[in-house]
Design a protein. Structure first.
Lengths: 698, 194
């Protein structure tokens, strides 16, 4: 009954997603706003219906309703409650339903929030927004029905036949109750039984689906012929939201890999990882170049192209994860819907190109770049770098497929290729991150630039020389550290200069001056905070990439291994039953730094009795400067007192996570909604500013 | 003739000695070989022990450069399937047999195809992979340069450019904050429009 209700909700939502664009189109064509409103209401209803369907599926998961195939596949009685809820996105069918929920939520929120201000483009926003909804709701309805029952006839056939027979079979099954209901489910794969499972997929989905909103607004503005108006403003904010979630999803994925996958790292250049990084990169490019459009009315076509590319990369990424396009460690959730996603992708490409070409006159620049040394040129350089990195990663990700298709030979494209091909580009990007904030719109005097960079350059050089004598001899690391410290110095100086100006002119104390500064121009200083976060992460990434140490040794009890300054002594093994139907084999090791015992760690192997899967869970001693990360690789029975350990020493790895927090904070500073900002008119603001007397130069 | 024969005799003697020496060397070798064979038959286990013990670290050093030929995108040094454990033992044996890292990597590439290599070689099937970054990066730099050059040339004549170019020069000494401030930018825009 609950399942039937869920399926009915999806069916009605699907019908509503077809109705919405028709109503909106009819309304805008015949100038009947009520029809447009009806279209919007249909979108809002879709959201509630899909939310209901998700809620019902969660209910089925929580009540161990193993008569439902999906519940049987991803849940089991022994799973803790949080995992049962997370199982909603633990398998293919549920995750597509969940994707639908996020998509509907974003589309509905965008409609509700921007309805009043952006009325003119809304009918088109409904139309474009419905495309994605129709497609993904259709997937759930026709192919990936999570409410399917076990033990009954499943839909068969191929192509169109299958599409039609799925709902028909389902309805028939309502009246033919299955005889045997399984007593227990299979449960989630071992890899997914982790607390981060609760948050990593939702964050990524929020990022993925979030990027549809900028796409919807951009296309709608183009179609409506209102391209020069406020759409770019709302788009920017929505992009920031999607960008934050996607970034968080990527970082959480890295953290998960570090905690669970047991290879001492956090990023493997896996195809699915790359797929999530790609839209983030183009989204970052857009967030920068959009400023040129806002300030100078330039790069309109370019910005639309970036939004479209970002959206298409999201669809491609979905195709990748859900459709099994490329081989990946994420292969646990995919099925044969790839061809449909490919069709959708092609349709969206044609659709976007058609409208961009048709409305190309709207996309012409109002201005030109004046100088090589200008903010505009710096942003253009930034965009170019981001795009180059995107193209290289995209090419690398799909190259195995290309070579398989054309030469019948599979190849591996992994870390070494990406690092060599994109490393220098990332380095230039970090350098630009330091210099760009010093450039000014229109043109910057070379003297001014020289004056402002000479201090940071000298400081960084001294720092790097000091590092050299402290033992950092790797030239890549030295160049990297120079660039990072150079950019960080400049960013801090930017804060300092503006803060000082405020302290001098207003007599504020430095802290409140800093707070006021950030509050007054949150977008800019939020951006700087993000830059500092990225620099911190870069520091951690370079250090772990170049200075990670590892060793693998078989130890008898009370024998030791050494790694860097650390000595690790194997003390004993223990076997016990864990939660969640696992058997835990846990080693106890003492970690010494020099002669001092700093920590007792317990690396362990979890064996999932049901499936026989083994998971090697590392134990880590974390400090600001390094992680001592140890894995129990192998053991020879409980009694033989012999085990193999693999230990890693990861310098500055925690800077990656710390930088991530700074990055999140900066994004929140920049993106937090500001009601006053949206209502106060330009002239009013001007008056206010003139009355206060503001910063020097006003 | 005699004079010429004498040295020949000496030569022959020397040759003879040499031959004997070589011969005794051969005999020695034969003896050692027999001894070794004997030892082999008597202590088969200890005799098979390689001259050098290969540590896990040495194995992993090579395995890191290889990818598991069956698992999905997993480096051989971290893969925990039985097949990969066996492959690591293969590496260990080959290292013990005195093969170099390169030889072992070549062996894996021959046996399992290029996909067994972590870093695709810049040749054959994976050459285009390397060519793309090598070609597009300079192309992008050239494009960027030409674009800015063109824009600059076309902008010099226009009155719009002249008007704005004169404006920021006054900013240079001023507050760096000022030129990017959105409020100020708005004021400027408004003033210009009036």
């Amino acid at each position: 009954m609950i399942a039937d209700l869920g399926y009915a909700a999806i069916l009605i939502a699907f019908l509503a997603s077809i109705y919405a664009p028709i109503a909106a189109y009819y309304g805008v064509r015949n100038d009947k706003p009520r029809w447009v409103e009806s279209g919007r209401n249909a979108i809002l209803i879709i959201f509630f219906l899909v939310a209901l369907a998700c809620g019902l599926l969660i209910l089925l998961l929580l009540t161990n309703e193993f008569s439902i195939t999906y519940v049987w596949e991803v849940s089991s009685r022994d799973m803790p409650v949080y995992l049962k809820v997370a199982a909603l996105w633990g398998g293919q069918r549920g995750s597509i339903l969940f994707f639908n929920f996020m998509l509907a939520a974003f589309t509905a929120a965008a409609m509700a929030r921007n309805w009043r201000n952006e009325r003119a483009i809304m009918p088109y926003a409904i139309i474009v927004g419905s495309f994605s909804l129709i497609f993904f709701l259709g997937l759930t309805l026709f192919l990936e029905n999570p409410f399917q029952r076990v033990g009954v006839a499943t839909a068969e056939g191929s192509g169109l036949e299958l599409l039609i027979s799925t709902p028909v079979t389902y309805v028939k099954n309502i009246f033919e109750r299955p005889g045997i209901i399984p007593d227990d489910g299979r449960g989630l794969p071992a890899l997914l039984r982790h607390p981060v499972m609760i948050i990593h997929p939702p964050m990524l989905y929020l990022g993925y689906t979030g990027f549809t909103v900028p796409f919807v607004f951009a296309m709608a503005a183009l179609m409506a012929g209102k391209f020069n108006e406020g759409w770019i403003r709302i788009t920017r904010r929505w992009t920031l939201v999607a960008w934050l979630f996607l970034g968080l999803g990527v970082i959480l994925g890295g953290r998960w890999a570090y905690d669970v996958l047991g290879w001492g790292g956090y990023w493997a250049w896996d195809a699915v990882e790359n797929s999530s990084l790609l839209p983030w990169l183009t989204g970052t490019a857009f967030l920068h170049s959009v400023m040129i459009q806002e300030k100078r009315g330039m790069f309109k076509g370019w910005n639309v192209a970036l939004i479209i590319i970002t959206y298409l990369l999201v669809v491609l990424g979905t195709l990748n994860v859900r459709g099994g396009l490329v081989s990946s460690v994420h292969a646990f959730a995919q099925s044969n819907i790839g061809w449909l996603l490919l069709l959708f992708l092609t349709y969206m490409i044609v659709f976007s190109i058609y409208w961009v070409v048709k409305k190309r006159d709207q996309l012409e620049s109002e201005n030109h770049i004046n100088s090589f040394l200008s903010r505009e040129a710096a942003f253009l350089g930034n965009n170019l770098l981001f795009l180059l990195i995107t193209v290289i990663i995209l090419f690398g990700t799909y190259y195995p497929r290309i070579s398989e298709l054309f030469a019948g030979q599979e190849v591996t494209v992994s870390g070494p290729f990406y690092e060599k091909a994109t490393g220098p580009l990332f380095a230039i990007l970090l350098l630009l991150m330091g210099i760009a904030p010093l450039t000014m719109w229109y043109r910057t005097g070379i003297g001014r630039l020289r004056k402002m960079t000479i201090g940071p350059a000298a400081g960084s050089t001294l720092l790097v020389i000091a590092m050299f004598f402290l033992g950092v001899k790797n030239w890549i690391a030295l160049v990297g550290f120079w660039i990072i410290s150079f950019s960080a110095f400049i960013t801090f100086l930017e804060f300092g200069r503006a803060m000082n100006a405020r302290v001098r002119s207003k007599g504020e104390n430095p802290i409140s001056a800093l707070a006021a500064l950030v509050a007054r121009n949150r977008r800019r200083y939020g951006g700087y905070i993000i830059h500092l976060g990225v620099l911190t992460m870069a520091m951690g990434i370079i250090s772990t990439e170049l200075y990670q140490q590892e060793t693998q040794v078989r130890l008898m009890r009370n024998e030791s291994l050494t790694l860097g300054d650390y000595t690790m002594t194997f003390r004993g093994m223990e076997q016990r039953a864990g939660v969640d139907d696992t058997e835990i084999i846990e080693a106890t090791v003492d970690v010494y730094k020099g002669d001092r015992l700093v920590r007792t760690l317990h690396p362990r192997t979890e064996r999932f009795m049901r499936t026989g899967e083994d998971m090697s869970i590392p134990a880590v001693r974390m400090t600001v400067t390094e992680d001592f990360y140890v894995l129990l690789i192998n053991w020879e029975g409980m009694s033989s007192n012999e085990a193999t350990f693999k230990a890693y020493l990861n310098p500055l790895i925690n800077w990656v996570w710390a930088g991530a927090f700074v990055f999140i904070f900066g994004t929140l500073v920049a993106a937090w909604p500001d009601p006053a900002d949206e209502k106060v008119s330009v002239s009013k603001m001007t008056k206010e500013r003139l009355a206060i007397g503001g910063a020097p130069g006003d | 003739m005699l004079g010429s024969e004498a040295p020949k005799q000496v030569m022959d003697d020397r040759r003879m000695k040499n031959f004997q020496r070589r011969d005794s060397g051969k005999r020695m070798a034969l003896f050692v070989l027999l001894m070794v064979l004997f030892l082999f038959s008597v202590f088969p286990v200890s005799a098979q022990e390689p001259t050098r013990v290969i540590t896990d670290d040495e194995v992993n050093n090579v395995a890191r450069e290889l990818f598991c030929p069956i698992c999905e995108n997993t480096p051989l040094d971290v893969c925990e399937t039985q097949a990969c454990k066996d492959w690591r033992e293969t590496i260990r044996d080959k290292l013990a047999g005195g093969q170099s890292d390169e030889q072992i990597m070549d062996y894996f590439a021959d046996q399992y195809g290029v996909r067994a290599l972590a870093e695709p070689p810049a040749e054959g099937i994976t050459l285009p992979l390397w060519l793309v970054p090598i070609l597009i990066i300079p192309a992008a730099v050239v494009f960027f340069g030409l674009y800015l050059k063109n824009i600059k040339r076309s902008a010099v004549g226009s009155s719009e450019a002249a008007a704005v170019v004169s404006q920021p020069t006054t900013d240079i000494a001023g507050d760096p904050d000022q030129d990017q401030d959105p409020y100020v930018a708005r004021i400027e825009r408004e003033l210009r429009e009036k």
